[in-house]
Design a protein around this ligand. Structure first.
Ligand code: SF4
Length: 291
């Protein structure tokens, strides 16, 4: 795995959210990696809406994990259940995904997979205010980057550019050991002995990706009203590899330490007004716009 700035930021991977957020303010991504961002009311509401959506279709492994390998197993197991739900019911939520961009490990969680016209559509659910129309273009760019990166990582798995072996080695699966309590719990719910093994469950997850209906070039961004929780709009976009490549080439200059993180321009300084880091006096750039 390429290290770049990750070591300095004490991170093991770049998240898809980091990449999407670079389209909003790269300097904010840098600050969020070095100091914890306080949760706003809007963030708390957004999280609660996501949790409710997840509960509608998500099936959890009921055995409680004790150590990190148990959690890793649980994630792979739940991914298998999510993919099964997509195949059987045409819908699944919260699929964790991993891949590689420019030698960096990338991790993320796809909000929803929906089968439409025989194809699997990646859906991102975003909460906003109904009256928040003014800055929609900036939000859409960020959300489009996020959905397109998921689509790219997904395709990399399906076309075996990101393989099971790579996943196995990157995560050090051979060194992982399930806790005795977790193993006992898996036995009690009837998991077969040959599947009580992290390598076996991860392999089964990789086989599951290949069972999904063809991945669609259309991506959906669904906007939900933060107050009423109703769907405001479902925006469909086409995957655009060239557009995404241009953005990623620029974004990864930062992760490769080839440039400093960029703050927003004066023109976009409206973004600073709601920024946590301006409120706590941690951003000299934002502060300079409001002198
Ligand atoms: S205050 Fe503005 S420039 Fe600074 S991190 Fe926040 S959004 Fe970016």
């Amino acid at each position: 795995m390429r290290k770049g700035i990750l070591e300095e930021l004490n991170k093991s991977s770049v998240t898809v959210t980091d990449i999407a957020n670079q389209s909003w303010c790269e300097y904010k991504v840098f600050l969020s990696c070095t100091q914890k961002e306080g949760q706003t009311k809007a963030m708390r509401i957004g999280e609660a809406i996501h949790m409710n959506l997840q509960k509608e279709v998500y099936k959890e492994l009921t055995v409680e994990p004790v150590n990190y390998p148990d959690v890793f197993y649980k994630n792979a197991y739940e991914n298998i259940l999510t993919m099964k739900s997509v195949v059987e019911n045409g819908k699944g939520r919260e699929l964790k995904i991993e891949g590689d961009i420019d030698g960096f490990t990338i991790r993320g969680k796809i909000d929803e997979l929906l089968v439409e016209n025989g194809e699997t559509v990646i859906v991102e659910n975003k909460t906003t205010n109904r009256e928040n129309g003014t800055h929609m273009d900036s939000l859409r760019e960020m959300h489009s980057v996020q959905a397109m990166v998921y689509r790219m990582l997904f395709k990399d798995i399906l076309e075996k550019r990101y393989t099971f072996k790579r996943y196995y080695d990157t995560n050090g699966v051979s060194r992982m050991k399930l806790s005795p309590q977790f193993i006992q719990g898996l036995k009690e719910i009837g998991i077969k002995d040959d599947m009580i093994n992290i390598g076996a469950i991860c392999l089964s997850m990789f086989e599951g990706y290949q069972q999904l209906p063809k991945i669609s070039d259309t991506l959906m961004i669904r906007y939900l009203d933060r107050g009423s929780r109703e769907v405001i709009e479902e925006v469909r976009i086409k995957y655009d590899a060239q557009w995404l490549k241009k953005i990623l080439d620029k974004d990864f200059l930062f992760w490769n330490k080839k440039k400093s993180p960029e703050p927003v321009t004066k023109e976009d300084s409206w973004k600073c007004k709601s920024c946590y880091f301006l409120k706590i006096n941690k951003c000299q750039f934002g502060a300079s716009y409001f002198k």
